[in-house]
Ligand binder design. Structure first.
Ligand SMILES: Nc1ncnc2c1ncn2[C@@H]1O[C@H](COP(=O)(O)OP(=O)(O)OP(=O)(O)O)[C@@H](O)[C@H]1O
Ligand SMILES: [Mg+2]
Length: 459
């Protein structure tokens, strides 16, 4: 189906030209010269991308952008600005425009930007659809998955849930392994049967064995009565084996037998009992490495790793951070009955750039702490704990975002150019202010402005 583009521009001739250009490209176009009619149109039509002029009577492009961001956050907005009004374009980007384009522009430039926006719109719609499905199936929409990485995990959850296949979830501590294990159970036909969780690390091997398989009365000192193990408790449902990498060799052998035969024997018992249990296992170790080192049985590894899920560390899916942060802010605001509206831009900058060695759990703890200690109704940089604001780690994560194979001199130039440009915008294009921010003399700044083609844009 063709993407629907809504174009808003008060210049009617221009509108006609754009309309025919985009229609020739196969887009379905609605071109309106009155922005207010445009907003009404959004109300009851399926629009994929909004392309709006900045300067219009009645409503500006910025008003349109703000309205769309609030009501239809998944629709990308491209702003068209007149040459020389870079400030308003920068402001539009800050509010959340998908991109801006300066008039007059080449057709190819517009078409390229538009096709990017249209494909972004499609993934957004797909996300909305997936999240909706997950919400329906899991009964709660509490898994935040904005970026591609976590979306793929959720797709796997969906595909794996209906079967009885064993799932192995790997990922660093705090990445959400238990949350995903529960999601698999909730999305499976076993969801009305128990989800039973065992932490394999917390118990010594002997205790773990009777915990898993149960024991007969009198099988060892202290076994004063028959006890059903977790396998039996989970009957018909899902057994979550957490920290599976910590299993002793002895228990590994026993677990392997259960997986092969679907039968258990209680400790001290002689009877074999059939069990119908789906196994989901998790570890923050690299299990393949453990196999290579001889610490984990290879045959057991393959039995467990039928469906393999890997949860990326938070620093490799930074696009999730703002949404997770807001999610936890809502959660703890409710719990503590304090209204927080959101984060200041600089607080969000810090959160987005931090390395998060403790992943989502650490982020959750930081936000919880903020909701207890923050003074205003917006979480500001000063409310964040000091480790989040460590400059070294910020710098490292900025560099992590750059492509790996780069020429140092060219890269330094690009970074310098970007820093100068940013300082200029933040200094409202006043050179003295920008020079001070950057720690440069005025003449040195002027030299750099020339070097990076920014000379004409400041006062
Ligand atoms: N994508 C997510 N959306 C919302 N909350 C999340 C997400 N991922 C993790 N969390 C939350 O973060 C916390 C840690 O997640 P969880 O306990 O599942 O991590 P884990 O990988 O099992 O950690 P560990 O290895 O330390 O046991 C939980 O409170 C969980 O609800
Ligand atoms: Mg866990």
């Amino acid at each position: 189906m063709a993407d629907n583009i809504l174009i808003l521009d008060d210049e009617k001739n221009y509108l006609l030209i754009l309309e025919s250009l985009l229609e020739d490209e196969g887009y379905s176009v609605t071109a309106l010269s009155d922005p207010e009619t445009g907003l009404a149109y959004l109300e009851d039509s399926e629009v994929d991308v909004v392309l709006t002029d900045m300067k219009m009577p009645k409503l500006t492009g910025q008003d349109v952008l703000e309205h769309v961001k609030k009501r239809y956050p998944h629709i990308p907005v491209i702003i068209m600005t007149a040459f020389g009004s870079i400030e308003s374009a920068v402001e539009a980007m800050r509010i959340g425009a998908f991109d801006y384009i300066t008039k007059p522009f080449a057709n190819e430039e517009l078409l390229l930007t538009l096709s990017k926006a249209a494909s972004y719109a499609r993934t957004q719609q797909e996300n909305v659809r997936l999240r909706q499905q997950i919400k329906e199936r899991f009964g709660s929409g509490n898994i935040i998955a904005r970026g591609r990485g976590m979306q793929q995990v959720l797709e796997m959850v969906h595909r794996a849930a209906p079967s009885k296949s064993t799932v192995l979830i790997q990922g660093e501590s705090g990445t959400g392994k238990e949350l995903i294990a529960r999601a698999i159970h909730e999305a499976s036909p076993r969801s009305d049967k128990p989800f039973v969780s065992v932490n394999c690390m917390a118990l010594n091997p002997g205790v773990l064995e009777s915990e898993l398989f149960g024991h007969e009365k009198g099988s060892f000192t202290g076994a004063t009565s028959l006890r059903k193990g977790r396998f039996e408790q989970a009957s018909g449902g899902t057994l979550f084996l957490d920290e599976i990498g910590e299993l002793s060799q002895d228990v590994q052998v026993k677990l392997l037998r259960v997986l092969q035969e679907h039968q258990i024997e209680r400790v001290g018992g002689t009877e074999t009992i059939d069990v119908d249990v789906r196994i989901v296992a998790a570890t923050n170790k690299n299990l393949q490495d453990a196999v290579t080192k001889g610490e984990f049985r290879e045959d057991l590894f393959y039995r467990l790793n039928v469906v393999s899920l890997f949860l990326p560390p938070l620093r490799e899916r930074r696009e999730d951070i703002p949404f997770l942060a807001q999610h936890f802010l809502d959660k703890y605001s409710k719990e503590n009955q304090i209204e927080f509206t959101g984060f200041s831009a600089s607080a969000m900058d810090y959160l987005s750039a931090y390395e998060w060695p403790g992943n989502v759990r650490q982020l959750e703890n930081v936000i919880e702490r903020c909701t207890v200690l923050a003074r205003g109704d917006v979480i500001d940089a000063e409310d964040l704990p000091p480790e989040i604001k460590d400059e070294e780690s910020q710098f490292k994560s900025a560099v992590d975002l750059l492509p790996a194979r780069l020429n140092i001199a060219e890269t330094m130039d690009k970074i310098e150019g970007a820093l100068v440009r940013r300082a200029l915008v933040r200094a409202d294009f006043v050179q003295v202010k920008a020079a001070e921010m950057l720690g440069l003399s005025k003449s040195n700044l002027q030299y750099k402005l020339k070097k990076y083609g920014l000379a004409g844009k400041s006062k």
